[in-house]
Write a new protein. Structure first.
Length: 252
């Protein structure tokens, strides 16, 4: 006979603590590193964080980080929502961030990057300038929407991202850091011919672990050596710059 599987248990202490470590420890260590290297930051915020750990969101805001809307919780997927439910969720998230931050968010990343066919339409109608949902290019691209107001897609990394790399593919922290460096070196060479966007997607409960943070530090230090030759910025900075230059090119 085969061995019996241990029954699942609730509460799931192991997984809860793994994720909570990011909020309680990992994120703070990462913020200290970003401060040390004077790096700008876009923070993807589930609005449930305003209830669960408001001091962490405040710390990000106080250092000038851009707050990007990331739904209410990753426990809910937009792709399974009815149109009205999805619209209400986007509106509620937008209102919550506006109330806490004092201004509405300009960017959106759907939880799990799961969207419906009308997600771009709803984002445009709720005042969003850009989305990070689409990972199809190294440059921003415009999406047309049903309202006639376009929505900008700013590249978001699927490879230089610690969830698919570290969690899904079991890549070690040193190799992930090497990937960041190789990505940067190659894109830096290619950027001599055209402007390119390179993002690094990090999660505090993963890369905030000390043994991975050590390697991230090495990678970011390498990038910062060329800080006078590149533009270190937020996703919102890219969106606003691209939108402005697009208008200027069209002569509007």
């Amino acid at each position: 006979m085969g061995a019996r599987l241990a029954p699942s248990s609730e509460p799931d202490v192991m997984n809860y603590c793994w994720r909570e470590y990011g909020n309680r420890v990992g994120a703070w260590r990462m913020l200290a590193l970003f401060d040390q290297l004077q790096l700008p930051l876009s923070v993807l915020v589930n609005t449930s964080l305003y209830e669960h750990c408001p001091s962490l969101v405040k710390a990000c805001t106080d250092r000038g980080a851009e707050i990007v809307a990331h739904g209410y919780s990753n426990a809910f997927s937009q792709s399974s929502m009815a149109a009205v439910e999805e619209g209400d969720m986007i509106a509620a998230v937008t209102e919550a961030i506006t109330n806490f931050q004092g201004s509405p968010p300009q960017g959106w990343l759907s939880p799990w990057i799961a969207i419906s066919e009308i997600t771009p339409d709803l984002l445009s109608e709720n005042g969003y300038l850009y989305t990070l949902n689409w990972c199809h290019d190294d440059q921003p691209t415009w999406f047309q929407t049903r309202s006639g107001k376009p929505l900008l897609s700013v590249p978001y990394p699927q490879e230089i991202n610690d969830i698919p790399s570290v969690v899904a593919r079991h890549i070690e922290g040193n190799t992930f850091a090497d990937m960041i460096i190789d990505q940067f070196d190659e894109m830096f060479e290619q950027s001599q011919e055209q402007s390119l966007v390179m993002g690094i997607a990090l999660h505090a409960y993963i890369t905030g672990q000390p043994f991975r943070l050590r390697h991230l530090r090495r990678a970011l230090q390498q990038i910062c050596k060329r800080r006078e030759e590149i533009w270190l910025c937020t996703a919102g900075d890219i969106a606003r710059h691209f939108a402005l230059t697009s208008v200027m090119r069209e002569g509007v």
